[in-house]
Design a protein around this ligand. Structure first.
Ligand code: OSB
Ligand code: MG
Length: 376
């Protein structure tokens, strides 16, 4: 496929309900979308960098600048056979994985359309439906959280994950377990603890959690291995896992028993598949994380989740939990037994609502082969 041009845009979408983690609360999302124009086909990718560099050092402004200056010029004007060939084109650029993923995934998206194949098949998936969980942020009160959980369980979700931080953890898990003794329950600390809090973290063991996600520093593996030895509860790493290589290190050192795969965090579908394979060989189950994506990133997460070793319910849930109107149709729907059915349509499996995308756009820039030649 000849990549003729790339259009970058920023869209703004208000969240239906605020989302709060250990590093703060947001009410609205600002999302960078990539459109790759090639041979009459448009491939789309979503950049999961956030509005602020809190979850990761990458954020929207760094991603935008890196794409315009370095990543788009590495693909525009080129003949690219497949999504799997994209990482090599970016090899000189260190890190900036979310920016890279937005483009690489757009290439896969275009490739699937060109090949008239569902994206999930192209990625090597086999599941015809995927199991869904929800990630529920920190609320204004425990009562409000319990109400939300009740609502999501009634909707059919198969695993409840709650965000925790010092002061909103054991006191929250306790009433949840008292009310729902049997549900699959996990928690996500987004690095809110240190090893000094080991005695406190041991208290989490009494709640029969499926896992505790990223309790310690965002870039740490070593101290998570120390902590895992002390806890009965399985540790799941999110932030710390950035490549198949460091996933292997985490597994070998005993830092976790479960891994959360986010395609943006690891630099794109190619690396996400490698992590999936490493984990499968080592008998470590993975699940698909979420970054409050619009329908484009959500549809890509769904495709990835069809790979065999995505054995646990992911944070991939219905569009309506996030958005009044999503930018795809049909919107992502979850059945009343907590599953998403996988479409057989070629490509990502969801049509785009380009009218809505246009309405939500606040910034747009096109990088075309011709413009690049003129600059040279
Ligand atoms: O740690 O998984 C996380 C959202 C933003 C940043 C980090 C995380 C999350 C979520 C939300 O947990 C998952 C979702 O519903 O998309
Ligand atoms: Mg997480």
């Amino acid at each position: 496929m000849k990549v003729e041009a790339i259009t970058l845009r920023e869209i703004q979408m208000p969240l239906v309900h605020f989302f709060e983690t250990s590093f703060g609360r947001i009410y609205s999302r600002s999302i960078i979308l990539v459109t790759l124009h090639c041979d009459g086909v448009d491939g789309w990718g979503e950049c999961v960098a956030g509005e602020v560099p809190y979850y990761s050092s990458e954020w929207n402004e760094s991603a935008w600048a890196t794409i315009v200056r370095y990543l788009a010029p590495a693909v525009v004007g080129k003949e690219i056979k497949a999504g799997r060939d994209v990482p090599a084109l970016f090899s000189k650029v260190r890190e900036h994985r979310m920016a890279k993923a937005a483009i690489e995934n757009a290439v896969w998206d275009a490739e699937a359309q060109k090949m008239q194949q569902p994206l999930w098949k192209l990625l090597g998936g086999s599941r015809r439906e995927i199991a869904c969980g929800v990630s529920i942020g920190i609320q204004d009160s425990v009562e409000q959280l319990l109400e939300k959980i009740e609502h999501e369980l009634a909707a059919g979700y198969r695993r409840i994950k709650v965000k925790v931080k010092p002061g909103w953890d054991v006191n929250v898990l306790e009433p949840i377990r008292a009310r729902w003794a049997e549900i699959l329950l996990s928690c996500d600390a987004n690095s809110a603890y240190t090893l000094d809090q080991l005695e406190h973290l041991r208290e989490f063991d009494q709640f029969n959690l499926l896992m505790i996600e990223q309790p310690l520093w965002n870039d740490d593996i070593y101290y998570h291995a120390r902590l895992q030895k002390e806890l009965r509860t399985s540790i799941c790493l999110d932030e710390s896992i950035t490549s198949a290589r460091n996933a292997a290190i985490a597994i070998e050192s005993g830092a976790c028993r479960i891994i959360n795969v986010k395609v943006g965090r690891v630099g794109g579908f190619s690396e996400a598949r490698k992590i999936h394979d490493v984990c499968q060989q080592q008998k470590i189950p993975v699940w698909c994380g979420g970054m409050l994506e619009s329908g484009i990133g959500r549809s890509h997460n769904i495709a990835l989740s069809t790979l065999e070793n995505f054995r646990l319910p992911g944070d991939v849930s219905a569009s309506k939990r996030y958005w009044k109107e999503d930018i795809i149709e049909p919107e992502v729907q979850v059945s009343d037994d907590g599953m998403i059915a996988i479409s057989d349509t070629p490509g990502r499996g969801y049509r785009l609502r380009e009218d809505l995308i246009e309405r939500f756009t606040v910034r747009k820039e096109t990088i075309s082969a011709r413009a690049l030649v003129e600059v040279k």
